[in-house]
Structures are given as structure tokens and as C-alpha cells.
Design a protein around this ligand. Sequence first.
Ligand SMILES: [Zn+2]
Length: 398
Amino acid sequence: MNDGSTLNPELTDMFQKLVAFDTTSRNSNLELIHFVRDYLRDFGVSSELIHDEAKGKANLYATIGPDDRPGVMLSGHTDVVPVDGQNWSTDPFSLIEKDGRCYGRGTADMKGFIACALSHLPRMVEQPLVTPIHLAFSYDEEIGCIGVRRLLDILQGRAIRPAMGIIGEPTGMRVINAHKGKQGWRVTVKGRAAHSAYTVEGVNAVEFAAELICHIRRVYQEIPKHGPIDAAYRVPHSTLHVGPIQGGRALNIVPDQCEFSFEVRHLPHETADHYLQQVMQHAHEVLEPAMQAVDPQTSISVEPLAGYPGLGTAGDAQVVRFCQALLEDTREPDKISFGSEAGLFSERVNVPCVVCGPGSILQAHRPDEYVDASQMKSCWTFIDRLVERLRSSGLESS
Ligand SMILES: [Zn+2]
């Protein structure tokens, strides 16, 4: 990195340490979580670890400042996507600073934000905070926002929950108040095998799956015509999409089984179930009767895969105005197409959230992932002002 753009040493040190933990979602994140717990403890801050069933992973939740009132939550996921099969020009698990960019897996998504938050700890404890800061770090976000749900179960039973949340996914430090929700499903079509010379004896699972897929396509094609439409998104409406499909054993056998998965990505004020119903209505009312006329044992069934709710925080909500004031950003809040844990926090535990963090999602999940040092500095300044603000006042006056 050029001399003029070097990050401050506390931030660099923390960032290096976080990137060095290989927290690919398939691995345990406990080394990182224990490191954070110990670091917090050194500053007199205790943390709660909320483990997964196998005790191989954990969320961390901590409150800095008074614990008898709601504060501002800084939240991020600790896991990263795999580097398998990606051609990196540097070691993905060591932070390399070069030409104003910080390279490494998770630099943008989203250890840069966590490093900014944690390296402020000395300032957070230096003088008492009037309004607390909550830290919430999760696991298994990258495989469907799985880990944070256990933390939400705990928070649900608490009298004191964060008054607002900032989820530090990479948004170029823009305040994001809305994103789409997502839900996936796996469909299993059970047909009946037969010699392919006697097709009338069988129920072709692949062909019925294909009919259902065509129907999914028809449902999708109606959406742009009838809406709802929100031009703030690059794809301004909800979408349906079919992914992997398997079925059939040999060309001379009528296939008795076909499986495929599909997903809905919906505007925050819609539900994924609304679209599932349209798909399954066709399956149950049109396709299954035709299949079962040949063999009553045949069927079309569906099971849910991973998903998360959309985020639909009002554009003038307190959390939006609060963050924009700290950033001195007078633009309208933006909307993003990718998902985050923010929707879960607001839906499950009523914590109004925005997404705001350093770096670009376009650099995330790619080889040579990086975050611009200038973005890290903006985030540093943002959290610096947050700490300053919470030292002197409550949240109301924003
Ligand atoms: Zn992320």
C-alpha cells in the first residue's frame, strides 16, 4: 500500500488477525470467536457465546456500556465463502495491502467491518458510554443465514434488545434500508417406471417435472406485467428461478423420479409463499391428477431449503437518519439485491436495521477479494463518530 493510504496500526493488526482465521463456512469458527472473546475480556467486556448443536461453531454477543438499556448493534458474520478452485494471486488467508487495496478472503465480506468495530474497543471503553454498543457476530451466514437464528432465539426472550442494528455487509458505506428476501425449495416428482416401449404403463417423472418448470417460468413472466415493481432494484420485481435438476436412469426406462430446486427472490413486502402457492396449485390441481390417473402412488412434493426474509426498513426510520447523520450522507438510502441477516433481525426480534459496511459486493466471493483502504477509513470514521455520539447522548435526538 502507498505510504499515504496506510491504515492505522490498531486496525491493520486486528484486520490481519481476523483474515488469518480460515473461517470458511464448512470449518469451525471457534478459534476466531475465542480470540474475540479473549480480546473483549482484556478490556473488561464479557461476551456470550451461543453455540450450534455440535458445539463446533458459535455466535458471539456482547454489550459495551450500560446493559440496562437498548443501544446500537454492530453485526457481522464471521464465516467466509470457500477459495476452492479460485485462482488467487496472494495467500487468501493473509492480509496483503497493495496499491490502496487490502486483499484477502473476507476482506470485503465482511471481516473489514468487524475489524473496524473491534479495533475501536479501546475508545469504546475509554470513557463511559451513555448508550451501549452491542456486538453480534454470527456463523454460517454464507450457507443460508443459519447461525444467527440461534442468537435471535436468545434475544427474543430478552427485555433489553438493541434499539437499532447496523449490519456491515459491503455496501460502499452507503446506508441500505431494503433488500429482497429469498426462499428455496426442492421439488420431488415421483413417477412410475416402465419399459420405454410401453410409455402408457409409466408416469414420466422428468416430463411432469418439466411441465412444472414451465409453469414456474409462466408465473415468473407474469410478475413484470402485474408487479409489484420497485425501480430502486436492478431487477425491479420479484423473480423465480430453477436451479439443479436430476432425473432418469437410462433412455429405455420411463423415469420414476425427478428432483429439482427453485428459488424465489422477492421484494421485502411480498412473501415467497405467495409464489410457492401458485406453483404448487398447478402441481396439485393439474399435474398430479393426470399422474395419478395412471398410478395413485405417484406424487409431487416440495420441501423448503434455506431462505431469509427481505429487509424493508422505512426510508425515514430512526436508524436510517442516525447512520446518515454520522456519515454526513444526504442522499436517500439505497436498496440492494443481495441478502443479509438484517431482515431476520428486524422480523424476528424487531430490531430496525440498515446494511452499511466497507467495500463492494462485486469483490466478494471472488478470487483476489479486496476492500479499498479508503473504504476502511470511511468505516473507521463512521464508528469513531458513533462512539463519540453514544458517549454524550441517547438515540432520541437524532
Ligand atoms: Zn456477507
